[in-house]
Unconditional design. Structure first.
Length: 136
C-alpha cells in the first residue's frame, strides 16, 4: 500500500494496531509488517510515480472501494487502544452475523481508516450458528 508518510503509518500500524515489522528496506521507503496471519507491505509514495504499481490517480482518501478484513485474537484490545488515542472509527465495534449457505458466521468487528484513508475491518470470529429463514 502506498502511503504519504511512512513514519506516520508505522506509528499507526505498529503502536496503535499492534503490527510488528517483519523486515524493511529504509533506503527504498519500504516496510513489511504483520500481525497474526495478516501481512501488509507499506511503501512511501515517491515523487515520481512512473516506477511504482499505480493503476490510476492517487488522491486522498487512498484505497477507495477497498475493505481489508484482518482477523485478530482479541478485537477489543485494538479497539480500546484506538479509543484511548482518540482515533475516530469509520464503524463502531459491533457484533455481526454473515450468512454462508446454511449457516451464519459471527464476528465482533469495527472499521477504521488509516492515516491515508485505507479502510481496515478488524474482526474476531465468535462462532457459527444455523441460518434461520428469517435471517436469510
Amino acid at each position: 500500500m502506498l502511503v504519504r508518510d511512512l513514519a506516520r503509518s508505522l506509528v499507526f500500524y505498529c503502536d496503535l494496531l499492534g503490527f510488528t515489522e517483519k523486515f524493511g528496506r529504509p533506503e527504498d521507503g519500504f516496510v513489511y509488517i504483520e500481525t497474526g496471519h495478516a501481512q501488509i507491505m507499506l511503501e512511501a509514495m515517491p515523487d515520481d510515480l512512473s516506477n511504482v504499481w499505480v493503476t490510476g490517480e492517487l488522491a486522498p482518501p487512498l484505497g477507495r472501494g477497498l475493505n481489508l478484513q484482518i482477523e485478530v485474537a482479541d478485537v477489543r484490545v485494538i479497539h480500546d487502544r484506538l479509543a484511548m488515542a482518540g482515533i475516530d472509527l469509520f464503524r463502531p465495534l459491533r457484533r455481526s452475523w454473515y450468512r454462508e449457505g446454511e449457516h451464519e458466521n459471527g464476528q465482533d468487528e469495527f472499521l477504521v481508516q488509516d492515516p491515508d484513508g485505507y479502510l481496515l475491518r478488524f474482526m474476531q470470529h465468535i462462532g457459527t450458528r444455523p441460518a434461520s429463514p428469517s435471517r436469510s
